[in-house]
Each structure stands twice: as C-alpha cells, then as structure tokens.
Design a protein around this ligand. Structure first.
Ligand code: SF4
Length: 446
C-alpha cells in the first residue's frame, strides 16, 4: 500500500535513519508522513528589521522574541484566547486548526444564507479550508469583501456554464504518467500533493485538490515514477513542482524531492509554485529556508490575489526567502469584483515589488467548472495592462496570458501598440495615446 502524502497525517517523530547526508540512498519507507519537530520557534522566528521599515504604521507586540501585528492580536484574543503567540506562529498549529466546517466558519464570520447553503451541501474536492491566519484577514460582516470571496464557497460554484470543464486546460491529456504534465518541450509540471492550507474557490485544479482518498492520489511511489520519467527524458531542463501546495509538505519530504531532482544532470532549473507566503506565512521557517537554499538554482512562483494579502507576516516570509537567494515571481488570477481594476492591481504589483516579488503572470481566469462569477472579459484584462504599462515601473507589469482551453498553453495578450505601417516604418501608440513613427527599414538590403 503506497504511503499517501499529506501534512494532515498524524504527528510522529522523524525516522532515526534520516539525515541530509544520506538523502540520496534513503529507503522510502523510512520517510513517514510526519510533521517533524522543529527547534522552538521563539529562538528562530522574528520579523526582519526591513519589514518594520516597510510597514511603519504596523504595530508589533513582542513576546519571547515573537512578534505579531496588533491587528492580529485582537483576532487571536477574540477567537483563540487559550493559545499562546508561539502556537499562533507555529505553522503546524495553523494547519491543525484550519477552518473547514460550517460551524467553524460561523464562529468567525456572519455567513450569508447563500454561503451557508453552499458550504453545508458541499461534496467532493475543493472543500472549504482556511488557515486561522488567513481567516483573520477576512471581513466578518461583508460576503463581498475580496479576500472572503476567494475562499468562502457560494452557490455560484454549483452553476456550470457553457465552455467550462473540470480540467479546462486538458492537463490529463498531457500526462504520460500520473501527476506529471509534459506539455512544453523542455519542461514539466510535477504535481506532488493534492493538499493546500487554504483552498481558492477559482482553483484551476479544483478537480484534484483537497480530496484525500479520492480519485487523485499522491504517493511516494508516484513521486518515484515521475522522477524516473524526468531522468529518462534529457530534454527536460526545467521542473515546476506544484499541486496542491508543495510548501505544505514536511521539510524532509520536500528535501527528498529536491535532492533527487538535483541528481538528474539535465535538470537545470527547479521552480516551486506556492500560495503559502500569502495564506500560511508562518510556514516559511528558517529551517525550511535553509533547506531550500541548498538546492539552487531554485525559484518560487508565488500566488497573490489582492493587496490586502501583503501583510507584515507575508513580507517577513518573502524577505526570508529572498535573503536566501531565492528569486520570487508572482502569479495572479484576474477575478471579477476582486482585483479587476487598475488601482487594485497597481497596489498589488507595486506592493509586491516592495517585498522583492516580481509580478510575473496575470492570468485570465480559466473556465473551470462553476467559475463564471469570477471571470471577467479579456477586454478588462487589456484595460488593466494598459493602465499599468507606462504608468508605473515596467517591473510592476506582469505578462497577461490566457492559458488556452484544451491544452494550447499560455498565450500572451497585449494591448495594440503598433497601430499602422507605412513604407518607411511603423506607427506606434505610447501609454498616453500619443503617436510616434519608428523608421523600420533594413538599410543593408539592396
Ligand atoms: S493554492 Fe493553488 S492549488 Fe491550492 S487551491 Fe489555491 S490555486 Fe488551487
């Protein structure tokens, strides 16, 4: 029976056989699905000084070297009066205490009748699951608050519209073996877990996440199969670990994966896709960062939705990662009523630059089943890019892409900047709408 991979599994001490020296030869059976003991957080986890400079108005309270913003303390005192700040800052406590039930949500939010119905009747994958930390960012009264809409289910998800599909990108068709998508020539997407600490209601892989024991299973045996596939395909130079959220895995397991991938000579570049810094920033411990640091070149693709996610805790998490030399890029899904306007996107992308995350992709929302209420028109995305390009730093402008339904891959979408041609060159429009002529002549031709 293969071991299933889930950070939800029972706490057990790590195997005595484990050490970073023998990772490459370790017997898989000795790697238990554990949340291993870590050094006391109070000795490790402090908010870096640079974050205080970024958030001059955020007040911190210090307790045994742990710092929690004032706004969070009020939430903890109201809903978790029995816990210590050390517990709150422990990512394992956050995982164990995720809000998953109707009763749990009703304790913290005033639910609308629509939300209550949708949550109580939910079946199958993409359950509601929210870390207490992320719940502290939600508006308890307003079901239309942007962050709340991204994580609390509503009845709209039960409406399937034309053109929608469970697997809108047809990833299954490009899986030569389970959990590995080989669509582009030189890179693969390696799905390593179906678990996320917080589930996004618009998730492209809603068919496979949060359904422990369901149709999609992730096991060490399947990891081995994917690693063998990559080893046997020398054209694969770039591996993206995703899921689910790989940063919810225990450090030992993630290190086992990274070390095995690093043993493959043709794998030049490893990326990890994660929303953890936004929804579970406590997980970015020094221990995790020190481990990741050993497997360069390693990049992280982080998922951010709204500037309200850019808290001191998230800034601290990103600071630790960047200080360890890990380049950070962000991916954002364009969502109706949540981030579909220029001021919100400007705040998000400029805020990301401040914490050294490069806005990389802005995705048109995929037509996943039950997502019509989240989708904007493509014209809205173009309007946002036009409102950014030239108006703010180029570094703050991501690539706007549509992941083509049916498996066509990412297609960049750009506003029209070349508006005409004449015999001497091209006519260009700048960000202010002014026209310019560029002499587009090959003078070396006869
Ligand atoms: S974190 Fe990513 S994989 Fe997990 S639910 Fe959100 S979008 Fe889906």
């Amino acid at each position: 029976m293969p071991q299933t991979i889930s950070p939800d599994s029972a706490d057990q001490p790590p195997s005595k056989n484990f050490s970073t020296e023998n990772l490459h030869s370790i017997d898989l059976d000795t790697l238990r699905p554990v949340l291993p003991e870590e050094p006391p957080l109070s000795k490790l986890e402090t908010i870096p000084a640079t974050v205080h400079e970024l958030f001059p108005t955020a007040e911190f309270k210090t307790s045994k070297n742990l710092r929690i913003p004032e706004a969070r303390l009020a939430f903890i005192e109201k809903f978790y009066p029995e816990i210590t700040q050390e517990q709150w800052n422990d990512w394992r406590w956050q995982l164990r205490n995720r809000i998953k039930s109707l009763a749990g949500l009703e304790r913290i939010l005033v639910l609308s009748e629509d939300e209550r119905q949708a949550i109580s009747s939910h079946k199958g994958p993409l359950p509601v699951g929210i870390t207490p930390y992320y719940a502290s960012l939600l508006d308890p009264e307003d079901p239309l608050q942007p962050l709340r809409r991204t994580v609390v289910k509503t009845g709209h998800e039960n409406l399937i519209s034309p053109g929608e599909a469970d697997d809108p990108l047809d990833e299954e068709a490009d899986m030569p073996i389970p959990d590995l998508v080989h669509r582009y020539p030189d890179r693969v997407l390696f799905l390593v877990t179906g678990f996320c600490s917080t589930y996004c209601r618009y998730c492209t892989r809603s068919r496979m996440v949060g359904n422990h024991g369901g149709e999609y299973r992730f096991s060490l045996a399947q990891w081995e199969g994917c690693i063998d596939y990559i080893s046997n395909h020398p054209e694969v130079r770039d591996v993206l670990l995703s899921g689910g959220d790989p940063l919810t895995l225990p450090v030992e397991k993630l290190e086992w994966l990274l070390s095995r991938l690093r043993l493959i000579p043709h794998v030049e570049f490893i990326r990890i896709g994660s929303k953890v810094p936004a929804v579970l920033p406590q997980r970015i411990t020094s221990r995790l960062v020190n481990m990741l640091h050993k497997y360069h070149p390693l990049w992280l693709s982080l998922h951010f939705t709204h500037p309200d996610e850019l808290t001191p805790e998230t800034a601290a998490a990103c600071t630790k990662l960047v200080d360890a030399g890990i380049p950070l890029g962000s991916q954002t899904v364009l969502l109706k009523g949540i981030n579909d306007n220029v001021p919100t996107m400007t705040r998000l992308f400029q805020g990301l630059l401040k914490i050294r995350v490069k806005p990389y992709y802005l995705y048109q929302c995929d037509p996943v089943a039950g997502s019509a209420h989240f989708r904007t028109t493509v014209a809205k995305g173009l309007e946002i890019i036009s409102g950014l390009r030239g108006h703010t730093s180029g570094y703050a402008v991501p690539h706007y892409v549509i992941d083509a339904p049916g498996g066509g891959g990412k297609i960049p979408i750009l506003p029209e900047y070349i508006i005409g041609k004449d015999e001497n060159g091209v006519i260009l429009r700048n960000y202010e709408g002014k026209l310019f002529h560029y002499p587009d002549l090959d003078l070396e031709q006869d």
